[in-house]
Design a protein around this ligand. Structure first.
Ligand SMILES: Nc1ncnc2c1ncn2[C@@H]1O[C@H](COP(=O)(O)OP(=O)(O)OP(=O)(O)O)[C@@H](O)[C@H]1O
Ligand SMILES: Nc1nc2c(ncn2[C@@H]2O[C@H](COP(=O)(O)O)[C@@H](O)[C@H]2O)c(=O)[nH]1
Length: 209
């Protein structure tokens, strides 16, 4: 007899993965490793932002870089699943960004702040929520400073937001798992363990198509 629950699951597509946590905790580092190791399994939900691109970032790949007016108009037109102001800039997940990944039957990865988590939880996306944390505020600050992407003002705003994000991660039921990114390879191993079922599902479905 066919296992209908498994058929339904495959048809619904893989569950999206939400990575969230303080700026500098290592979300992008971890998700880039995942996308490299599992080429053709994960797809990144490319957010929109009004912040300036950093050296090496590519429009359409890391973010869609837009003006505040363009972003506000798109938000007002209902083009976003969620949007937020973080550290003085607007960020948002467009419906098109998620749809583009899901149309390919890939695991959609969202890298979003806590406001985004709250809002995505109100949707029917049925995501897996993973909190990425640094081992301590001192280490977080050092990582952010060493990254050399922020002005002192922006760094202070991010550290302030980080304290709030740390408390948020402790809220009951917010995250399925919390990973402390101390030794990168250990954190990456834990992330892969959490996502193993979805990874295997995508690999299996891909092979039968
Ligand atoms: N386990 C680790 N040990 C040491 N350095 C790390 C580790 N993980 C990430 N880093 C470094 O810390 C910095 C911040 O990492 P990353 O940019 O991935 O953070 P993020 O959470 O994506 O931040 P943001 O939210 O600002 O985009 C980077 O320079 C990265 O190379
Ligand atoms: N709510 C949302 N938050 C987002 C989105 N895209 C990124 N982010 C978060 O913003 C901060 C800062 O990112 P940075 O690239 O400027 O360092 C970080 O916490 C991201 O997770 C989004 O679409 N919605």
């Amino acid at each position: 007899m066919r296992d209908l629950s498994r058929v339904d699951k495959a048809m619904a597509g893989p569950r999206p993965v939400v990575l969230s946590g303080p700026s500098g905790a290592g979300k992008s580092t971890l998700l880039k490793k995942l996308m490299k190791e599992y080429d053709g399994v994960f797809g990144f939900s490319v957010s929109h932002t009004t912040r300036q691109p950093r050296p090496g970032e590519e429009n359409g790949k890391d973010y869609h870089y837009v003006t505040k007016d363009a972003m506000q108009t798109a938000v007002d037109n209902g083009e976003f699943i969620e949007s937020a102001v973080f550290s003085g800039n607007m960020y948002g997940t467009s419906k098109a960004a998620v749809q583009a990944v899901r149309a390919k039957n890939l695991i959609c990865i969202l890298d979003i702040d806590m406001q985004g988590v709250r809002n995505i939880k109100k949707t029917d996306l049925n995501a897996i929520y993973v909190s990425i944390q640094a081992p301590s505020m001192d280490i977080l600050e050092k990582r952010l400073r060493d990254r050399k992407t922020e002005s002192e003002e922006s760094l202070q705003k991010r550290l302030h937001a980080a304290r709030v994000e740390v408390e948020f991660s402790k809220e009951e039921g917010m995250f399925d798992v919390c990973i402390v990114n101390d030794v990168l390879e250990d954190a990456y191993g834990k992330l892969k363990d959490v996502l193993l079922e979805e990874i295997n599902q995508v690999k299996k479905t891909g092979m039968t198509l």
